[in-house]
Ligand binder design. Structure first.
Ligand code: PMV
Length: 325
């Protein structure tokens, strides 16, 4: 009744931005990501008949409060699926997602927890089954089950049984790199959960965002299949800008950007003017991720590190899906 799994973070090129069902975590649009090899979580789950509640240890620290409840609620879903409602677990997680890189660890965290938890209870699941369960821990985590290029199909059914990710290309298809640019910032964060909820409910631009998704997905898939970096980068950057535009149309309006976020965005656009193909994308926070090709790595890293207010630049290749240790 014990298993250990490792899962990597992912970065969306076509963003998931909005839920149609908060409880089941069903999205309002399909999304597409790449899995990153530099950032991962390793999690052991041991179910034990002698335990009267779950225990969650993260980076050698016993976790309580909301983070604990989220993990315990998710374990409950796994227990129900296995028909073992009263069996509690000891969860030990180690995050290799440097907070300095500005990545949320929920994607790799829930993917590793789902993989280890289901394996520990002897559930024999396909990757699609596992992705569907993982989705209910954290939406974007359902894409981290797979390596390479991954699409989360939003599905149509109300019970969520057709909302899961699939792999569209493996990590060996194409060597695209990502630089995670962390900025000095002390602004209060609006969580992705709260940000997307406000946007879905109030943004004047939300329907425009949704209307633009099918074509963005179609275009980026052509770009990935033909390894057309300019196309993939341009579609991803424009999709990110549209997502962030929806927050400006919300009531009350908000933005995740800082002045330094815009400085990085402008620097990336200037790189292109100088002939270095590089494109940015940004999640629900001020930090920027920059897509580039391996032959430009040195230059891209240097230019990004020289921007005022940049605290850290972490480079990553495309990474694999969930593995069991
Ligand atoms: O799954 P969450 O709640 O961490 O939301 C992720 C939202 C974005 O990172 C902004 C976009 C995405 O698709 O990952």
């Amino acid at each position: 009744m014990k298993a250990t799994a490792k899962a990597h973070t992912n970065i969306a090129l076509i963003k998931y931005w909005g839920k149609r069902n908060e409880e089941l975590i069903l999205p309002t649009n399909s999304s597409l990501s790449i899995t990153l090899d530099g950032f991962y979580t390793t999690t052991s789950v041991a179910f034990d008949e002698d335990l009267s509640e779950d225990i969650f240890v993260l980076n050698n620290e016993v976790i309580t409060g909301e983070a604990y409840r989220r993990v315990s609620r998710f374990l409950h879903l796994i227990r129900e699926t296995a028909g073992k409602q009263n069996l509690y677990a000891r969860v030990n997680s180690v995050n290799e997602v440097p907070t300095a890189a500005g990545f949320a660890s929920s994607a790799s965290g829930f993917a590793a927890l789902a993989a280890a938890g289901t394996r520990a209870l002897g559930l024999d699941l396909t990757h699609e089954d596992l992705s569907r369960i993982t989705r209910q821990g954290s939406g974007s985590a359902c894409r981290s089950i797979y390596g390479g290029f991954v699409e989360w199909n939003m599905g149509e059914r109300e019970d969520g049984t057709d909302s899961q990710a699939i792999q569209i290309q493996t990590e060996n298809h194409w060597d695209v790199r990502v630089a995670a640019v962390e900025l000095n910032s002390k602004m209060k964060k609006i969580s992705s959960r709260a940000g997307m909820k406000r946007t879905v409910e109030t943004s004047a631009f939300y329907s425009g965002w949704l209307d633009s998704i099918p074509n963005d997905l179609k275009e980026i898939k052509v770009g990935i299949a033909t390894k057309d970096f300019e196309k993939v980068g341009a579609v991803a950057e424009a999709n990110c800008l549209k997502m962030h535009a929806t927050t400006l149309g919300a009531a009350p309006p908000f933005t995740y950007w800082h002045d330094s976020t815009m400085r990085v965005m402008q620097t990336v656009q200037e790189m292109r003017e100088k002939g270095i193909p590089a494109y940015f994308t940004i999640d629900a926070g001020p930090n920027v991720k920059v897509l580039y090709l391996p032959e430009n790595e040195e230059q891209v890293e240097k230019i990004l590190k020289d921007i005022p207010d940049v605290q850290n630049v972490t480079l990553s290749k495309i990474g694999p899906g969930v593995t069991y240790l």
